[in-house]
Design a protein. Structure first.
Ligand code: URA
Length: 257
């Protein structure tokens, strides 16, 4: 609970205690609840995080996203929205571009070919997919002309419309590290469109949360050169170091040529 609410809370607690002692029917707070409320105010973010049920905070946002019609063309063409998946208490959060056909069908981000590669990367880092959180800039699949397969990048309007949902997710999850997968995620998080070659592999900051930029897994599917895999892996090693996770020699040497 925020420190600035502490004096007000004390007043309320005193009033409640007096009412209880006078024997009236109110208040209905138990002694246990009152003792809980009197516990010292938590100051450290880690303590705060442990007091907050982040899944319960995400649920109403997910419900709003599920019925969102702010982009009528996307609402009309989607099978369902794709909110995000993983651990609401994750210390590591990956941000992608938008759902593809597989994600639109399943309602879960990164479950197609690129997603399977992302899962492999996450597991090679030593995490289970369920330990991290994965979300996209766009919660709807960008619509494609009838009869054509493939994907298109989100338009600037679609991104501006949808980004507040991602901002809410990040605010609640408060990961220790964010990873932007590809240029659309970078544009969504930083508002800039640089070249991936210049931006990847370096630390950036998103509202004071360290942000690592790396290539989108679909880039690695298109370009199978070990040198490109190594670049992404080096970016992930930096992430592991930032999270103070143990790194084995085997992990350090993956994709070294
Ligand atoms: N590509 C993305 O950026 N996000 C997904 O969820 C799937 C593929």
């Amino acid at each position: 609970m925020a420190a600035e609410f502490s004096p007000a809370l004390d007043l309320v607690l005193d009033a409640l205690q007096q009412m209880r002692e006078r024997g009236g029917k109110l208040p209905r707070a138990s002694r246990v609840s009152l003792t809980e409320l009197r516990r010292p105010v938590a100051h450290k973010p880690t303590e705060l995080a442990s007091l907050v049920d982040k899944a319960a905070l995400l649920a109403p946002i997910q419900a709003r996203v599920a019925v969102c019609v702010k982009c009528p063309h996307l609402a009309a063409s989607r099978t369902q929205t794709v909110f995000g998946v993983g651990n609401p208490d994750a210390e590591l959060m990956f941000i992608g571009e938008a759902p593809g056909a597989d994600e639109d069908a399943r309602g879960e981000p990164f479950v197609g070919r690129a997603g399977q590669l992302l899962t492999k990367i996450i597991e090679t880092m030593g995490f289970a997919r369920s330990e991290v959180y994965i979300a996209n800039v766009l919660k709807c699949r960008p619509d494609m002309p009838r009869g054509s397969s493939g994907n298109r990048p989100p338009t600037p309007d679609e991104m501006q419309t949808c980004l507040p949902y991602l901002a809410e997710q990040i605010d609640i999850i408060q990961p220790k590290v964010l990873v932007a997968l590809g240029a659309t995620a970078v544009e969504g998080l930083l508002g800039t469109r640089g070249t991936m070659r210049e931006m990847r592999g370096r630390w950036h900051s998103h509202h004071e949360t360290p942000l690592m930029i790396t290539y989108h897994p679909s880039y690695l599917l298109r370009n199978q050169a070990p040198s490109e895999k190594r670049k992404v892996w080096e970016d992930m090693l930096q992430v592991l170091e930032r999270l103070e996770r143990p790194i084995t020699d085997k992990q350090r040497n993956y994709f070294r040529t």
